[in-house]
Unconditional design. Structure first.
Length: 84
């Protein structure tokens, strides 16, 4: 039987040196800037949260920005097993 008390959520066991500051989201950034920054974060939880915001951000940003900024991020995301 697995010892659930010793298991950590997947976003915590990536790097034992992470601090709360590393997990914080910079609220000063615009939604587009946050998506750009955190979609490629080394922290799976940050990536997941911002992947879920892609559609809303793309609609707000418009077609041109979506094609030039957001669409290129999709290639990186398709190879990320933890946000599918």
């Amino acid at each position: 039987m697995a010892d659930f008390a010793s298991e950590q959520p997947p976003w915590l066991n990536q790097d034992p040196d992470l601090t709360l500051e590393d997990l914080a989201i910079d609220e000063i950034l615009t939604p587009l800037q946050r998506v750009e920054r955190y979609v490629c974060s080394p922290i799976p939880l940050q990536r997941l949260v911002h992947v879920k915001l892609l559609a809303e951000t793309a609609m707000t940003a418009g077609v041109d920005v979506t094609q030039t900024v957001i669409a290129p991020l999709l290639g990186v995301l398709t190879s990320d097993d933890q946000v599918r």
